[in-house]
Design a protein around this ligand. Sequence first.
Ligand SMILES: [Cu+2]
Length: 152
Amino acid sequence: MSRPTRSPLPARRLGALAAGLALAVVVLAGCGSTDKPEGGATPTTGGAGASGSPARTVGADGTLTATEAEFSISIGGDIVAAGPYLITVDNQGNATHDLVVAQNGAKIAGTPSIAPGQSASLSVTLKPGTYAFYCSIGNHRAMGMELTVRVS
Ligand SMILES: [Cu+2]
């Protein structure tokens, strides 16, 4: 194998991270990894949608994990089953973020500011329709931290 280009980490640290990374991979799988953007940062296209990616329903167990970084939000799927939710927001970025759940421009729920590496949760009942999940800090929403969430 060639020399790894990523910053080296102690082996035991890598081991400790394995579980978290596995979860992150699952969460990120639905909307592509950071090295394969799918146009989510362009607000004019309206739709989370790369036409090629199949819709994937998440949240059937009443929980969602929203993973945030600079500047993206992922919930690991495209369609959320309607119902009450406990949403865990995991800030994996290097800046402070938050998560706001809004519908038709009205804020329904939100977390406090979340420091890098920290997480927070919020409870919200999602009904069939379309919601916006976004970060309300700075200009993060315009930078791409906005996710259109379809609830059915
Ligand atoms: Cu943010």
